[in-house]
Design a protein around this ligand. Structure first.
Ligand code: ADP
Length: 316
């Protein structure tokens, strides 16, 4: 009920809707729909009056034609607004895709040069120089991840996000990701544990992409933990699917922002203050990967208490 009310409030906030869609106020679809509704009611009343007053078929046909042409004119404006938004979205997505592609090569080159510097000349560098080089290397890594996420987002939006269909041993994948993140979790003072049954069946999906999903959920759980962190990964087998859940006792997500969690670029207000790093793209991509693999992704969260993210995948 609350959600419906929020939706109605949003639809009637014409200025906000126009701003969000990048349209002029008079082009906002809600305003045009309301206008169309009002005009239809007025025209019907006039039509009724005219047809009673002048019981002539010609007058009736003319007034009906008038009503239809007004509806068609407003309908054209609505379609035009929607086309403008779709066109702007397509252009933006193409721009992001081209810019990210162009950035990939120089970034790879810079990464390669830094690695070369570290492997060949590390001993010739002073501590301060090494510190600078590793800061540059870490910034390059973050930029590379951002560019690759932006490319994935553009692929998703353009319907070009292709996944393999392989048999995946999800238990093995989880164990591998946990191993990768153990050190980081320990550094953040968090305890990481995994539980799963003995014989978890193989699932269907793209193992490289599914690893990205696990990477995202686990790195979020570690990133948004505050103190005495506990993270639990569980794998359960249900009738026709395997469900993976990642539970943490971290900062949680404020209730009023939870409906936006899977939107791209979303970052909740409670974490922006303490965690400046983050793009808000990880969960958007993760949900797309899971859904394109035939599964579902959802979560439960309570601010200040923690979050549990779930995803299911079809058994092979
Ligand atoms: P990022 O972590 O880079 O900001 P994500 O798409 O992975 O992007 O997550 C989006 C937002 O969802 C985060 O910024 C955070 O506000 C919230 N979030 C995700 N996972 C958690 C978690 N485990 N605990 C608390 N908040 C979370």
């Amino acid at each position: 009920m609350q959600k419906i009310w929020e939706r109605v409030k949003h639809d009637f906030n014409i200025k906000q809707q126009a701003d969000e869609l990048g349209l002029k106020v008079w082009q906002a679809p809600s305003l045009l729909f309301i206008l169309m509704g009002l005009i239809i009611v007025v025209m019907m009343a006039v039509d009724f009056y005219v047809s009673r007053r002048y019981a002539s078929p010609e007058v009736l046909v003319i007034s009906e034609a008038l009503v239809v042409s007004v509806i068609l004119t407003i309908g054209t404006f609505i379609i035009q607004s929607i086309e403008d938004v779709a066109h702007a979205n397509k252009t933006r997505s193409e721009f992001v895709s081209i810019a990210s592609h162009q950035l990939k090569t120089p970034l790879a080159e810079a990464n390669w040069q830094i690695e070369l510097l570290l492997s060949m000349y590390q001993h010739g560098l002073s501590d301060r120089q090494l510190e600078i080089v590793s800061t540059v290397s870490s910034s390059l890594r973050k930029m590379t991840k951002l560019v690759s996420d932006l490319l994935d987002v553009a692929r998703i939006e353009q319907g070009r996000f292709v996944l393999l269909r392989e048999s995946v041993d999800i238990t093995k994948l989880v164990d591998q990701v946990v191993l990768d993140y153990n050190k980081l979790a320990m550094a953040r003072g968090a305890q990481l544990s995994v539980t799963h049954g003995a014989a978890v069946p193989l699932v269907s999906g793209d193992s490289r992409r599914l690893k990205m999903v696990l990477d995202n959920l686990l790195s979020n759980a570690i990133k948004y933990i505050e103190r005495n962190g506990k993270i639990l990964l569980e794998i359960e087998t249900e009738e026709r699917q395997v469900v993976v859940r990642v539970a943490d006792n971290g900062s949680g997500i404020p209730a009023e922002q939870q409906d936006k969690v899977f939107q791209k670029f979303f970052r909740s207000t409670n974490v922006i203050r303490s965690q400046t790093e983050g793009t808000g793209l990880g969960l958007y991509i993760a949900k797309n990967i899971v859904e394109q693999s035939g599964g579902k992704m959802w979560f439960q969260s309570q601010e200040g208490k923690g979050s549990t993210f779930f995803f299911s995948l079809p058994i092979e």
